[in-house]
Design a protein around this ligand. Structure first.
Ligand code: FAD
Ligand code: 2HG
Ligand code: ZN
Length: 477
């Protein structure tokens, strides 16, 4: 938003306000923050701001607002849609939350925890576990993504089925607004009907409305009984039916239910050591399912075995391995969590983070797979993920015999076709990864005019100068 040339002066002023230690311009230090995790976007920045306190975040935003400088909040930079990457002008500043990483309070009786935005998700899970509680959000990137990034993308992952997405796991927020004012809504209240739920607008806003500096999160009783199985299923319909049976017979103890196609197993075994294929034969589809209970004496293995045996008799299940130890369960999860990395090591990918109603998933997969088989010989379908939420990563990997450019050249057409089919099924083209800069056009295409109007009005009310993460989520913002 600033004029070229004025940014050097602005950076010097920011350094004077915050201290030189908080304002970095070294090209080597900035380089990894200027490219997104998937390598889709490359930007530039006038500086990296590394605040140590909420007051320093407020000072930064008040200054940038007064000088119309674009601000790009950045957490762990693991996002999938280029939301944390600045534009190429070199006039924007990145505000990293990495040093705002204190656990402020844990309240076991209230089943809540308050932490700063820069805490890593894995650290928060550990802090909860140390207090014999569970913070259930679980993602493959949990060792490097931050709570602020999870809140801002409304992250999902592998336990949404039981515990919900980040929005449902949040009780309160502390946010610095675009003009530097601080919204302190860090309440641990479970019930609070006092007017509009303003804080909820920052969840999933991808840094376009303000910077989240802290959150109060919901905790649950720790899991004391766990049963995990890697199951070969007849098809996607069988997976959906198995989920329903498991939920019913276990008293809703299913915490994860992930669909995995054969190609995902093969690529992970091929590219990532030490991945082990849990079953001896080859099957088209698998699910990785986990049952958990806070009771130490709940016979979840027996429940799982019984349901799987019945499902085998009914022709839904073809084979299954029930983990005999925590180590074996970890090896099943190692396979699942490494699918994105295996995809990357195997070549180029086209990714579609879609959801449809769970019951419609089998029909959607059948139709979409048939279209791909007849129209896109350059790619191999690798559809996996959170089937219990109706959310699949409906991805394609480059056929090794086809040149990358030829495969990538099909991206727009394939996206168009898949998202059109998702729309027909009443689904979403952005189930859990967000919009960022990658899907701004898709939001324009699929959101209703009323929704877009309201979103623009909210943006204008919260950020009248348009400094917060310009160009992300809303077109022309
Ligand atoms: P970043 O990438 O740094 O930022 C993401 C967005 O949030 C940007 O728009 C940024 O500007 C904004 N932002 C960051 N911090 C703040 C803040 N404090 N205040 C305001 N705005 C902020 N996602 C899922 O939903 N489910 C999954 O299962 C999942 N699995 C993944 C597995 C792997 C291996 C990887 C690499 C990613 C995965 N993701 C998944 C995507 C990603 O990890 C999540 O979206 C995560 O929540 C992003 O957190 P981050 O700290 O890296 O955020
Ligand atoms: C997952 O569920 C992530 O593993 C990443 O959301 C999905 O790479 C992907 O498409
Ligand atoms: Zn996912």
């Amino acid at each position: 938003v600033t004029q070229p040339g004025s940014s050097t002066q602005a950076v010097a002023q920011l350094a004077a306000l915050l201290g030189a230690d908080c304002v970095r311009t070294d090209a080597g230090e900035l380089a990894p923050l200027l490219v997104d995790h998937r390598g889709l976007y490359h930007g530039n920045a006038a500086a990296l701001i590394l605040p140590r306190s909420v007051e320093q975040v407020a000072t930064t935003l008040a200054f940038c607002n007064a000088h119309h400088i674009g601000v790009v909040p950045q957490g762990g930079n693991t996002g999938y849609c280029g939301g944390a990457t600045p534009d190429q002008s070199g006039n924007q500043v990145i505000v990293s939350l990495a040093r705002l990483n204190r656990l402020r309070n844990i309240d076991p009786l209230n089943y809540s925890l308050t932490c700063e935005a820069g805490c890593l998700l894995a650290e928060v899970q550990r802090a909860a576990a140390d207090a014999e509680r569970l913070f259930p959000l679980s993602l493959g990137s949990e060792g490097s993504c931050q709570i602020g990034g999870n809140l801002s993308t409304n992250a999902g992952g592998t336990s949404v089925l039981r515990y919900g997405m980040m929005r449902e796991l949040t009780l309160g927020l502390e946010v610095v607004l675009a003009d530097g004012r601080v919204l302190d809504s860090l309440t641990g209240l479970r019930k609070d009907n006092t007017g509009y739920d303003v804080k909820s607008l920052f969840l999933g806003a991808e840094g376009t409305l303000g910077i989240i500096t802290a959150a109060t999160l919901k905790l649950f009783p720790a899991a004391r009984s766990i049963a995990t199985a890697f199951v070969a299923v007849a098809d996607v319909q069988a997976a959906v039916e198995l989920l329903s049976r498991l939920r019913n017979h276990s008293g809703d103890r299913v915490s994860s239910f992930e669909l995995i196609p054969r190609l995902a197993v093969e690529l992970t075994v091929q590219h990532i050591r030490p991945t082990v294929d849990p079953l001896p034969g080859r099957h088209d589809w698998y699910v990785l399912c986990e049952l958990t209970s806070p009771r130490a004496d709940e016979p979840l293995d027996t429940v799982l075995e019984d349901v799987l045996a019945d499902a085998y008799t009914a022709g839904l299940v073809q084979d299954a391995a029930i983990a005999q130890s925590g180590r074996e369960a970890e090896s099943f999860w190692f396979l699942r969590e490494n699918i994105p990395r295996a995809q990357r090591l195997d070549g180029e990918s086209l990714k579609h983070d879609i959801s449809v109603p769970v019951a419609a998933l089998p029909q959607f997969v059948t139709q979409a797979a048939a279209w791909l088989a007849s129209h896109v010989p350059e790619g191999r379908l690798i559809a996996y993920g959170h089937v219990g939420d109706g959310n699949l990563h409906f991805n394609l990997n480059q056929d090794p015999l086809i040149a990358a450019e030829k495969f990538l050249g099909r991206a727009d057409e394939v996206r168009r076709a898949i998202h059109a089919l998702v729309h027909e099924f009443g689904g979403s083209f952005s189930a859990e990864h967000g919009i960022g800069q990658l899907k701004v056009g898709e939001l324009e295409r699929y959101a209703s005019p009323v929704e877009l109007d309201l979103m623009r009005a909210i943006k204008l009310a919260f950020d009248p100068n348009g400094i917060m993460n310009p160009g992300k989520v809303l077109k022309g913002s």
